[in-house]
Write a protein that binds this ligand. Structure first.
Ligand SMILES: [Zn+2]
Ligand SMILES: [Zn+2]
Length: 345
């Protein structure tokens, strides 16, 4: 089958690789109908992830159930499905407490042997372990282009918003409106804020955030902290959703939140450690939450929200391309010429 594979830093290639097989009795083989390129794929592309040559890339995908092991109970052949970006085991200490992102045997799709050795979704087929847990059927009203978001960035945006303690009438600021931040903008609005501010320095992102209901704040032109305080009568935002991960963005989030407010950060931190304003956080009664999304918990609720029309994540898709053109797609994505690229095999 065809697949996007890692060759070297900055060098992904579409190559012919063996079609994956069912390894265990609870596995399913999925025929991919659509995959997408994510900011985390760029971490691999830039050589920041330990990965072997030949590994298949891609952790955002939807497809159709092609084959199932004898112990798969809930899936039918031919059913449309979406997977979280990582697979959980379903029976460890954390999985039993519904905290699948902390699963002791968690493995990430499309990240090579070091991250669990699962295949990737930028391919024609992928094997999904413990398929009853790690695949969700897609309702008929939800398109592939909509469903592909629930397995990663829409769930991440929702996780950020849910943990930000947004109440009706609140003011929310989103720091960084790349694809995840844009998902945070639409998810924050589900919780009834009066206003959502979108802080970024890229015109196209600010425009898209505005189209999706946010008030843009251009951090090139204005000091974000001063501007958010000005817009909130001096107090700062009730909740700040940080979606970049650069330590400077986390600093911005802590500066823009009001005393007693909540910062919820989902960006992958750019450094292992750094200066954290412990005294300021204590003095100002801040709540600081960080983490990567517990995606399994959100798959079905998010699919229902999309089916009802309350979430339209597909509005950020900027390019529809063929898997064969993945090299070009990565070059465009790296150059920030594309917001979100989907690939069809
Ligand atoms: Zn992703
Ligand atoms: Zn587990």
């Amino acid at each position: 089958m065809k697949a996007v594979t890692y060759c070297d830093v900055g060098d992904f290639r579409v190559a012919e690789v063996p079609r994956p097989q069912l390894d265990g009795s609870r596995d399913a083989l999925v025929r991919i109908s659509l995959s997408s390129i994510c900011g985390s794929d760029l971490h691999i592309y830039h050589g920041h992830v330990p990965i072997e040559a030949g590994a298949v890339i891609g952790h955002e995908f939807v497809g159709v159930v092609e084959e199932v092991g004898p112990e798969v109970r809930s899936l039918r052949l031919g059913e449309r499905v979406v997977a979280p970006f990582y697979a959980a085991c379903g029976h460890c200490h954390y999985c039993r407490r519904s905290w699948w992102s902390q699963c002791e045997q968690k493995a990430t799709f499309g990240h090579g042997t070091y991250f669990g050795g699962l295949g990737g979704g930028q391919a024609e087929y992928v094997t999904v372990p413990d398929a009853d847990l790690n695949l969700a059927p897609i309702p008929a009203q939800v398109s592939d282009e909509q469903a592909i978001f629930v397995g990663d960035i829409l769930a991440t945006g929702f996780f950020a918003a849910e943990r930000a303690e947004i109440r009706a009438g609140d003011t929310v600021a989103v720091v960084g409106v790349g694809p995840v931040g844009l998902m945070a903008v639409i998810c924050a609005q589900l919780f009834g804020p009066a206003r959502v501010f979108a802080i970024d320095m890229v015109d196209s992102r600010l425009r898209l955030a505005e189209e999706l209901g946010a008030q843009p704040v251009d951090s090139r032109a204005l000091n974000s902290q001063v501007e958010i305080q000005r817009l909130t009568g001096g107090a700062g935002a009730d909740s700040v959703l940080e979606c970049v991960g650069q330590l400077s963005a986390i600093d911005t989030a802590l500066q823009c939140v009001r005393g007693g407010g909540t910062v919820s950060t989902v960006g992958v931190p750019s450094a292992v450690s750094g200066d954290f304003p412990y005294l300021d956080v204590w003095m100002r009664d801040l709540t600081y939450r960080a983490g990567w999304a517990n995606v399994h918990a959100y798959l079905r609720p998010l699919l229902d929200l999309v089916a009802s029309g309350r979430l339209q994540p597909e509005r950020i898709i900027s390019h529809r391309m063929l898997l064969d053109d993945a090299r070009e797609a990565y070059q465009m994505f790296e150059a920030r010429e594309a917001t979100k690229i989907v690939l069809r095999p």
